[in-house]
Design a protein around this ligand. Structure first.
Ligand SMILES: Cc1cc2nc3c(=O)[nH]c(=O)nc-3n(C[C@H](O)[C@H](O)[C@H](O)COP(=O)(O)OP(=O)(O)OC[C@H]3O[C@@H](n4cnc5c(N)ncnc54)[C@H](O)[C@@H]3O)c2cc1C
Length: 247
């Protein structure tokens, strides 16, 4: 496993609680849209075993041509040790990234794509949308729906509807409106539905989609094979799998 140590080159305050950390791209490091990585703070590998409290899974919110690796996260006042340290890091600090992989690249199979996300889950989709803007080949259209109860919606410069580009972006601030809209979107029986958020959010979305006749193979989650299978089968076949730590 290759660990890439790199520097924070910029910190962007997206909203009062959400920050994007832009990291220098190490040589030979590349990634595709929808990727997540292991983001680790100095000292994580100082002992015999890696210190898990200094490592988090994070999506990469940028594309390689932006020349920085973007990590977007919410840091609440009450937060973990990881985020307490992260909050105080400055430009120039070294951080590590490793085991980078995309479970949710943009499928170019001539379908309508629906991006369903909660809060900073939108960060996973930012590169998919940028990739689509650059090259719309074999993607009919993209519709993004994000729920953020804080109402501090993210990336609004990119996530705004552009009819000419067949891109629709919707933000809602409550569950009722959100799930009504998901139901409405599921009227497209041939669409592809990407979902990013907590496991509870994934399950609730899949239940709504299932009830509207959407099939498991039309649903894309940011999960490895085992976790993906367990979560989908819990919704579509009623199997009671252990849903904790399935990523
Ligand atoms: C594939 C994948 C991709 C991911 N991508 C991203 C991403 O792009 N961005 C992202 O932010 N996360 C992402 N995550 C989730 C991420 O890994 C973390 O699990 C998440 O950010 C929570 O971080 P944390 O554990 O440091 O907790 P926090 O965010 O600090 O806290 C989680 C919750 O616990 C509460 N809490 C924490 N500590 C305390 C305390 N001492 N007292 C009271 N309440 C407390 C907080 O208020 C909050 O509600 C991803 C996960 C996976 C699996």
């Amino acid at each position: 496993m290759q660990i890439y140590w790199t520097n924070i080159n910029k910190i962007i305050d997206e909203t009062s609680e959400v920050k994007t950390y832009l990291l220098d791209c190490p040589e030979e490091f590349t990634w595709e849209e929808g990727s997540h990585t292991h983001f680790a703070l100095e000292g994580f590998n100082a002992g015999e075993k890696p210190n898990r409290s200094l490592i988090r899974h994070m999506s990469i919110s940028t594309l390689p041509h932006e020349n920085s690796i973007g990590i977007t996260t919410r840091i609440r006042e009450q937060c973990s040790e990881f985020k307490t340290i992260l909050r105080n890091l400055e430009v120039g600090t070294k951080v590590a990234i490793f085991k980078t992989h995309s479970n949710v690249p943009l499928k170019r199979v001539d379908k309508n794509v629906y991006l369903l996300s909660s809060g900073v889950g939108l960060a996973t989709f930012r590169p998919l949308v940028l990739d689509y803007f650059e090259r719309a080949d074999n993607v009919n259209q993209i519709h993004s729906l994000n729920i953020d109860t804080s109402r501090d919606f993210l990336f609004t410069n990119i996530f705004k509807s552009i009819p000419d580009k067949k891109f629709i972006s919707q933000f809602v601030d409550n569950r009722k409106d959100y799930y009504e809209e998901v139901k409405y979107l599921a009227a497209d029986k041939d669409g592809l539905f990407y979902i990013v958020g907590s496991d509870e959010f994934l399950v609730q979305n899949m239940e709504v989609l299932r009830d509207q006749g959407i099939k498991p193979e039309q649903i894309m989650l940011d999960k490895h094979e085992k976790g993906l299978h367990e979560l989908k089968s819990s919704v579509f076949t009623g199997q009671d799998n252990n849903l904790v730590n399935t990523k």
